[in-house]
Design a protein around this ligand. Structure first.
Ligand code: AHG
Ligand code: MN
Ligand code: MN
Length: 292
């Protein structure tokens, strides 16, 4: 590697590390927002979801802190229409508060993030790191980078490594499918029924927590194409790609029904996608059933 290429890589690595640490530090303020900003706002986000005050506050804090990092060129968020820009080489995409409808019943929520080498909308193959935070009974963080997934506990914004190599357990135990049986296609319903007969249901309304069940116990999470909504519910750039990168780095698989989510490139920033994430054999089974 030439010296200048070497320096570029080192700079990019330093920026990625700073993004991870900044998100970790910011979780203390997001926890505060979860506590103080419990009300509804009068606005909706670009995919039409009603925004809570906490969604807006979390987005503001992340934008301010992440865009201030040397080397971060842009900040794209599920909660804002346009990409915010600065000078740099790497691009952050974020779902500031995932599962915010869990705020009212005080259930799990999270933050999902990814760093791309190209400005979104862009292919999942341009991810260099992704991860998520869970604001659960404790605050934890998962980071996928260089083919490896690590888990940390966050205490006052500081990371403590608890698992150096998170992998999807080979023997699947749990499943969680969104959208509701009445909305599923016949093809998905058939495969869902056979999986339901084998595994235990875990569905909490926040994909961060449901995906973490899959990473902990093995299994599958899906938000499929629905009859009334063939494009599904979840957003490719902010939810699909980062989670696919984590699952695939942990030895699992991802699909949009036709192939890996990482091979897909949205034409619009806020594009939705059907998604299937978990143990490889289960994803292959679902793909075979729903393939168009
Ligand atoms: P967000 O709060 O960022 O809009 O995401 C909510 C998502 C996802 O976390 C969860 O799996 C799914 O929506 C739940 O949807 P349903 O309420 O339809 O089950
Ligand atoms: Mn979300
Ligand atoms: Mn969200």
């Amino acid at each position: 590697m030439s010296e200048s290429l070497d320096a570029t890589t080192t700079n990019a690595d330093a920026t990625v590390a700073q993004v991870i640490d900044t998100i970790a530090e910011t979780t203390t303020d997001v926890r505060t927002a979860i506590f103080t900003e419990r009300g509804h706002s009068d606005s909706v986000n670009p995919t039409g979801d009603e925004q809570l005050a906490a969604d807006i506050r979390a987005d503001e804090i992340f934008e301010q802190r992440l865009l201030a990092i040397d080397g971060v060129a842009s900040y794209a968020s599920e909660e804002r229409e346009a990409v915010a820009t600065s000078a740099g080489r790497l691009h952050v995409a974020i779902d500031p508060l995932d599962g915010s409808s869990n705020l009212e019943p005080n259930s799990g929520m999270g933050t999902i993030f990814g760093v791309y080498t190209e400005r979104p909308p862009t292919s999942g193959r341009n991810l260099v790191m992704s991860g998520f935070v869970i604001y659960g009974p404790v605050t934890s963080m998962l980071v996928a980078r260089d083919g490896c997934v690590r888990e940390y506990l966050l205490e006052d914004g500081a990371k403590r490594l608890v698992d150096n190599e998170v992998t999807v357990p080979e023997d699947p135990t749990v499943f969680g499918f969104g959208g509701g049986v009445d909305s599923w296609t016949d093809d998905f319903e058939t495969v869902a029924e056979s999986i339901r007969a084998e595994l235990k249901l875990r569905y909490g309304g926040a994909m961060v927590a449901d995906i973490n069940q899959v990473l902990t116990y093995g299994g599958v999470f899906a938000y499929p194409a629905l009859m009334s909504r063939p494009e599904g519910k979840l957003r490719l750039q902010f939810e699909g790609h980062p989670m696919a990168y984590i699952l695939e780095s942990a030895g699992g698989a991802s699909s949009n029904g036709d192939g890996s989510l990482l091979d897909t490139e949205p034409t619009e920033l806020h594009e939705r996608t059907p998604l299937y994430l978990g143990n490889e054999q289960l994803i292959e089974r679902i793909e075979a059933a729903v393939e168009r």
